[in-house]
Design a protein around this ligand. Structure first.
Ligand code: AMP
Length: 274
C-alpha cells in the first residue's frame, strides 16, 4: 500500500484518503467524490476497527458489505480500496496512549471509554500505510474530526485534514451505516434527532442557550422511541458546553441517543442571524 502511494507521488500525483468502516452509503461516497475533486489518486479504506468499539455487541453487529462497497467505489471512480485484515494493520504495533484532553473528556469521551484512543490509533496506522497528502472526514462525527485535528497538530502529522458536511436522508436523518439496523418504527423515531437539532437552530441566538436546549429537548421528549444520552450546545472550536452565546457567531448543537438497537449521533451548526 505504502509502495502504491509512494509510486503515485513519485509520478507527481497527490494521494487522497477517505477512512471508513464500510457499509458504504451516499455520505461516504460524497467524501470519496470530494477527494477525487482535490487529489489525483484516491484511496478509500474499509476497516471495522475493533479498538474503537467500547460495546462488543455493536462490533459484532456492525454491518459488513465488502463486495457491494467495492462495486460502489468502482462506480464513483475511487482508485484503490484498502481493506486490511485486523492482524495485518496492527501487526507488531502497541497502541499509543495519546493524551486526548481536553476534547476527549467531553461529550462522547466519558460515554465511550477508549473509543477516541482507538480512533486515533487506527488513523495513525492508516496514515502510516497509505501515506496520503490529504484526508477527508465527515462533520457528522464532529468530535472525531476535532480530535483528529487536535492530534494531527500535536503530533505534527503532515496530512491535510478536511471536514465534509453531513449527507442526510430526505427526512433529515443523517446517513449512517448503523441505520441499516433500525426497524421501520425505529427509523421513524430516529428523525427526532434532526428535528430537535433544526428546532434548536431556529431559536438559537434569538433565545438564551438554556431556552435553545429546552427547545431541542422537548422535541426529543415527544418521541418515546428515542432515549437521549445528551443534547448539548457547545463552542464550535473547543466543543466546551456553552452557558451563554457571548460574542460567538456560531455554535454547535450535538445529540446522541439510543434508538432501538443502535446508538445514533448527529449535530448541526447554529448560526447567529444576520
Ligand atoms: P464510518 O464508516 O461511519 O466510520 O464513517 C467514515 C467517514 O464517513 C467518517 O469520516 C464519517 O464522519 C463520514 N460519514 C459518515 N456518515 C456520513 C454522512 N452521513 N455524511 C457525511 N460523512 C459521513
Amino acid at each position: 500500500m505504502a509502495e502504491w502511494s509512494a509510486r503515485a507521488r513519485l509520478d507527481g500525483r497527490s494521494v487522497g484518503l477517505v477512512p471508513t468502516m464500510g457499509a458504504l452509503h451516499a455520505g461516504h461516497l460524497a467524501l470519496v467524490r470530494e477527494a477525487l475533486n482535490h487529489t489525483d489518486r484516491v484511496v478509500c479504506s474499509i476497516f471495522v476497527n475493533p479498538l474503537q468499539f467500547n460495546d462488543p455487541n455493536d462490533l459484532a453487529h456492525y454491518p459488513r458489505t465488502l463486495e457491494k462497497d467495492a462495486a460502489l467505489l468502482e462506480e464513483v471512480g475511487c482508485h484503490l480500496l484498502f481493506a486490511p485484515e485486523k492482524d495485518a494493520i496492527f501487526a507488531g504495533f502497541t497502541p499509543r496512549r495519546y493524551d486526548l484532553s481536553p476534547l476527549g473528556d467531553l461529550l462522547e469521551g466519558p460515554l465511550r471509554p477508549g473509543h477516541f484512543l482507538g480512533v486515533v490509533n487506527v488513523v495513525e496506522r492508516l496514515f502510516y500505510y497509505v501515506r496520503p497528502d490529504q484526508v477527508w472526514f465527515g462533520e457528522k462525527d464532529r468530535q472525531q474530526l476535532a480530535m483528529i485535528r487536535q492530534t494531527a497538530s500535536r503530533e505534527r502529522w503532515p496530512e491535510r485534514i478536511h471536514g465534509f458536511p453531513t449527507v442526510r436522508e430526505h427526512d433529515g436523518l443523517a446517513m449512517s451505516s448503523r441505520n441499516l439496523r433500525l426497524s421501520e418504527a425505529d427509523r421513524k423515531a430516529a428523525t427526532a434527532l434532526y428535528r430537535a437539532l433544526r428546532t434548536s437552530a431556529e431559536v438559537a441566538f434569538r433565545s438564551t442557550v438554556q431556552e435553545t436546549l429546552a427547545a431541542g429537548h422537548s422535541v426529543l421528549a415527544s418521541e418515546p422511541g428515542v432515549s437521549v444520552e445528551y443534547f448539548a450546545i457547545v463552542d464550535p472550536g473547543t466543543l466546551m458546553p456553552l452557558t451563554q452565546w457571548g460574542d460567538l457567531d456560531s455554535a454547535v448543537a450535538l445529540v446522541a441517543a439510543q434508538v432501538g438497537p443502535v446508538r445514533l449521533i448527529d449535530n448541526v451548526t447554529l448560526h447567529r442571524p444576520t
